[in-house]
Design a binder for this molecule. Sequence first.
Ligand SMILES: C[S@@+](CC[C@H](N)C(=O)[O-])C[C@H]1O[C@@H](n2cnc3c(N)ncnc32)[C@H](O)[C@@H]1O
Length: 238
Amino acid sequence: MRRCDRLYFLVADPLVGQWLRELNPTAESLEGFYAEGKDRTKTYDQIARTLVQATTSGLTVCAVFYGHPGCFVQASHLAIRRLRRLGYPAEMKPGISADACLYADLGINPGDIGMQHYEASDFLLRRRKVDPTAGLLLWQVGVLGRSISLAAPADPAKMALLVAKLKKSYPAGHAVVIYYAATFPGDPYSATAVPLSRLATTEIMPAALVYLKPAYQREDDPRMYKALVVAEAPGSPH
Ligand SMILES: C[S@@+](CC[C@H](N)C(=O)[O-])C[C@H]1O[C@@H](n2cnc3c(N)ncnc32)[C@H](O)[C@@H]1O
């Protein structure tokens, strides 16, 4: 970030932008590409073009996206793909995503329970399937059905559509956790559980992750157990 010729950023807090400008005076926000009513895919394309143009003009470019730069961020992947096609050695460095914070704060091991991740609008628009024996993380619920991120909570009418879909797989009283990771060291996280039946009228801001723990026991498959585990046991004929 310090050494690049041009630093771009898309971050969640103005203080972070200020810190980046102190690190590198070329730092420039990409937020101006977002606008009310503007198609998000156009914004992502314009951000990617900006990064590609700066690079092809001969500059060493670094783009900073909050959390993990490749987790629920399209512009970063788009820019890297385009640059690699043009022969530039573009690469992404991992960061700490909101779900990584949730695992730590709420003591959840996705390896134990299995975890499904969906972008909330995509979850509804594309008939995504749910497995209620695994965990479910819904991203961008606060901007459900909206083309941009406003500093306003999710629309209750749109939330009702999400609740109706979830009720097909989960009991109405199932606890849904609205989680906000801390964004600065020392800040607390916030996690509030509400019954699914009350989710539509609960305030959900754009920076929330919505988590549903498994509602039912996983099913054992004895035939698979025999083929996979018993076959490996010491003394087995295999
Ligand atoms: C465009 S995505 C960016 C995610 C980010 N790149 C990451 O790795 O966490 C924005 C979505 O991430 C989730 N998110 C962002 N900040 C969060 C926070 N502080 N706590 C919980 N979820 C957050 C929300 O679901 C939000 O709608």
